[in-house]
Design a protein. Structure first.
Length: 66
Protein backbone atom coordinates (compact mmCIF):
# COMPACT_ATOMS: atom_id res chain seq x y z
CA UNK A 1 0.00 0.00 0.00
CA UNK A 2 1.35 3.43 -0.95
CA UNK A 3 2.13 5.86 1.83
CA UNK A 4 0.55 9.19 0.88
CA UNK A 5 2.51 10.90 3.67
CA UNK A 6 5.92 10.08 2.14
CA UNK A 7 8.25 13.07 2.39
CA UNK A 8 11.70 13.50 0.89
CA UNK A 9 14.33 14.43 3.46
CA UNK A 10 14.43 18.25 3.67
CA UNK A 11 18.20 18.24 3.09
CA UNK A 12 17.70 16.43 -0.22
CA UNK A 13 14.54 18.31 -1.24
CA UNK A 14 16.45 21.62 -1.33
CA UNK A 15 18.34 20.35 -4.42
CA UNK A 16 15.17 19.93 -6.51
CA UNK A 17 15.01 22.46 -9.34
CA UNK A 18 18.57 23.66 -8.72
CA UNK A 19 21.54 23.59 -11.07
CA UNK A 20 24.07 21.24 -9.54
CA UNK A 21 27.41 19.54 -10.01
CA UNK A 22 27.25 15.86 -9.12
CA UNK A 23 30.43 13.97 -8.35
CA UNK A 24 30.21 10.24 -8.94
CA UNK A 25 32.20 7.53 -7.19
CA UNK A 26 33.94 6.66 -10.48
CA UNK A 27 35.40 10.23 -10.49
CA UNK A 28 33.07 11.46 -13.26
CA UNK A 29 31.26 14.76 -12.81
CA UNK A 30 27.85 15.60 -14.23
CA UNK A 31 26.22 19.04 -14.36
CA UNK A 32 22.55 19.82 -14.79
CA UNK A 33 19.26 20.66 -13.12
CA UNK A 34 17.70 18.18 -10.70
CA UNK A 35 14.16 17.33 -11.79
CA UNK A 36 13.44 14.88 -8.96
CA UNK A 37 15.31 13.27 -6.06
CA UNK A 38 14.41 10.68 -3.43
CA UNK A 39 15.68 9.62 -0.01
CA UNK A 40 18.14 7.18 -1.60
CA UNK A 41 19.67 10.02 -3.68
CA UNK A 42 18.33 8.43 -6.87
CA UNK A 43 17.78 11.40 -9.14
CA UNK A 44 16.66 12.56 -12.56
CA UNK A 45 18.87 15.26 -14.01
CA UNK A 46 18.30 17.49 -17.04
CA UNK A 47 21.80 17.93 -18.45
CA UNK A 48 20.71 20.11 -21.38
CA UNK A 49 20.80 17.16 -23.80
CA UNK A 50 17.93 15.28 -22.21
CA UNK A 51 17.13 13.52 -18.97
CA UNK A 52 19.65 11.34 -17.17
CA UNK A 53 18.86 8.92 -14.33
CA UNK A 54 21.56 8.53 -11.69
CA UNK A 55 21.36 5.84 -9.02
CA UNK A 56 22.01 7.13 -5.50
CA UNK A 57 24.68 4.50 -4.81
CA UNK A 58 26.90 6.08 -7.47
CA UNK A 59 26.74 9.62 -6.02
CA UNK A 60 29.77 10.86 -4.06
CA UNK A 61 28.61 14.46 -3.64
CA UNK A 62 26.10 17.07 -4.86
CA UNK A 63 27.07 20.73 -5.04
CA UNK A 64 24.65 23.55 -5.87
CA UNK A 65 25.92 25.79 -8.68
CA UNK A 66 25.28 29.45 -7.89
Amino acid sequence: MANDNFQVNKQFAKFKGKNVLIGLKNWEEVEGKIITIDNFLNLVLDDGNGLKVIKGGKVAFISIQE
